[in-house]
Design a protein around this ligand. Structure first.
Ligand code: NAG
Length: 220
């Protein structure tokens, strides 16, 4: 009994001493997420509950429809289809996900960050101008024009964007090093928060006229 207790304490100490910047490693072959819990208030875990392995089927490891073009008729002219743990439960605990990004001509995936994942992007169709900015140590911008078959990587957490600079639709596929990389779209988060950030804060932070801040807060 005492031995087991000491072992538990030692394991906890070990677990908390290992800091990790990506998803924790899987603790078993797989852990397919339950789509619904009857009692949502019961418990929260890092990730999702696992489906009983006996009930898991091949369909839990399968997703289809990523060949279908998405509607890009919106203000930014792009549409992101996420294949993450929310839409594909088999990804639970595996530290990986995928997205398809459709771009209208001159459409863009506006500046955003993924707090939990590095992104590797491959262009399937069209020409994209892409870039990311390093953190505040120097705020360096790295950019590249990508054509069909070209690959670019956006390091975890850094602000990045993609712009379709061609006259045709563009398609890209991104892999992300998280089952749930998250996305913070800068303009939406800053000017479209709920409730709104006090305009005085944004006026000074962005060195803008307060009227412009109020206009932007209405837009987002
Ligand atoms: C993305 O495309 C889907 C299907 O084509 C559509 O239902 C959805 O509203 C689109 N999202 C945006 C942000 O335009």
């Amino acid at each position: 009994m005492r031995k087991a207790y000491l072992l538990t304490v030692a394991l906890f100490a070990l677990a908390f001493s290992l800091a990790s910047a990506s998803d924790p490693s899987p603790l078993q072959d797989f852990c397919v997420a339950l789509k619904d819990y009857s009692d949502k208030s019961a418990v929260f875990v890092n990730g999702k509950f696992c489906k009983d392995p006996k009930l898991v089927t091949a369909d839990d490891f399968y997703f289809c429809g990523l060949n279908i073009p998405r509607n890009t008729y919106n203000k930014v002219g792009s549409n992101v289809t996420n294949v993450n743990v929310d839409t594909f439960p088999g990804l639970n605990t595996l530290g990986i996900s995928l997205a398809r990004i459709d771009f209208a001509p001159y459409g863009q995936n506006p500046p955003h960050t993924h707090p939990r994942g590095t992104e590797i992007l491959v262009v399937l169709e069209g020409t994209l101008f892409v870039g990311f900015v390093t953190s505040n140590t120097d705020n360096r911008l790295f950019t590249k024009t990508l054509n069909k078959g070209d690959v670019f990587v956006f390091p975890v957490g850094l602000i990045h964007f993609q712009v379709n600079v061609g006259k045709t639709n563009a398609i890209a596929i991104s892999g992300l090093s998280s089952q749930n990389a998250g996305a913070i779209t800068i303009a939406n988060a800053v000017f479209g928060s709920n409730p709104p950030i006090n305009p005085d804060v944004l006026t000074k932070a962005f060195q803008l006229d307060k009227k412009v801040v109020k206009y932007l807060q209405k837009e987002f």
